[in-house]
Each structure stands twice: as C-alpha cells, then as structure tokens.
Design a protein around this ligand. Sequence first.
Ligand SMILES: Nc1ncnc2c1ncn2[C@@H]1O[C@H](COP(=O)(O)OP(=O)(O)O)[C@@H](O)[C@H]1O
Ligand SMILES: [Mg+2]
Length: 176
Amino acid sequence: MHSAMTSLDDAVSDVMLELDLPCRRSTLHLAKRIAKVSVAGDLIVLQGPLGAGKTFFVRGMARELGLPAHEPVTSPTFALVQELPTHPPLVHADLFRLKSAAEVADLGLTAAREQAVVVVEWGETYVREMGGDALLIQLTRSPKRAKLSATGPTAKQRLAQVSALLPLPVPARLRQ
Ligand SMILES: Nc1ncnc2c1ncn2[C@@H]1O[C@H](COP(=O)(O)OP(=O)(O)O)[C@@H](O)[C@H]1O
Ligand SMILES: [Mg+2]
C-alpha cells in the first residue's frame, strides 16, 4: 500500500508506522525507544506544526541518551544547531527560519552525522542536503499522533527496530 508520504521523496519506503500519542508519556515512550535504536550516523527528521511536540520529543531522546537532568533542551530556532552532551552526541537543529537548500547544506549536518545522531525540526524538505536516509516522524497537534516512515535503508531498519520495541497492541498499524 502506498502512503501519502511517497510524494515527498521517491525514496520514501511504503513501510509506515502510525501511533496515537494521547498523553505526554506516550510521546516520551516513543522518543526513548527511538533513542535506544539510534546510532551515530542516523538522521531523524521531525515534522509538524508549532505545538505538535517536536522539541518535547527531542528532550525525551536526549534524556534517554544520558543528558543530565539540569541540562535544558530548548528549541534551537535562533541558534539553529546545538550539540547536546549525550552518548552518542545528539545534534539538534531547527530549520524553520532557513530559506534555501544551500543554507541547509552550509550547516554541515551531513558531516555532523559522522559523530552524532542528528535530529532536525522542520527538515522534511531538506533530507538530501543532510545526507539522506532519514527517519521521518510527522507529528500532529490535535489530536496528537505520530507517523513514522523512512527515506532510506538505514532508517527503514530503525523503523523495524522501533516497531519491535513497542509493546503490542499500541501501534495503530504497521503496513508494508
Ligand atoms: N502526546 C502529548 N500529549 C499532550 N501534550 C504533549 C504531548 N507531546 C507533547 N506535548 C506538549 O505539547 C507542548 C508543545 O510541545 P513542543 O515540543 O514545544 O512543540 P513543538 O516543538 O512542535 O512546537 C508541550 O507543552 C509538550 O509538553
Ligand atoms: Mg520546537
């Protein structure tokens, strides 16, 4: 079955995981599971309107990867990119204010992947400029839901690993 995501990028796989996120805890649960399967080199792209929970999601990932409780995770809308002292390091970017693919390419996120997990808010249209093969997480605000898909082989593998970690029957559906 083809998903609506296919139009975004020819490489987007038809495998998609959809989840209801009825409370903050369920979002945290998903973020922690994604963090557990992530390794340096991975690219995770969070999409969704303001208030959907993108930064909250990154915070959950960062705590799972060992960010001390006193270290804040804020939206890097003005800083654009910030590196969090986690294991592996988490490079958190917000591309909302960027206007072109060239500006995104200049941020050096492809190179950052050599040492870190790169997690990007508003990066859906710039996956190529960040080295491709992204795990796409689309969040909706009301009701809160997540749609996960992959634009390459590594991300597709992560998607399979994440769905194996989620307790059944929480996933709304996993289709192929
Ligand atoms: N599943 C959820 N249910 C209820 N509230 C949530 C959920 N996930 C996140 N939130 C809350 O939504 C608000 C907006 O989150 P935020 O991460 O700032 O959004 P964004 O970065 O997408 O603009 C925060 O107050 C956060 O605690
Ligand atoms: Mg945010």
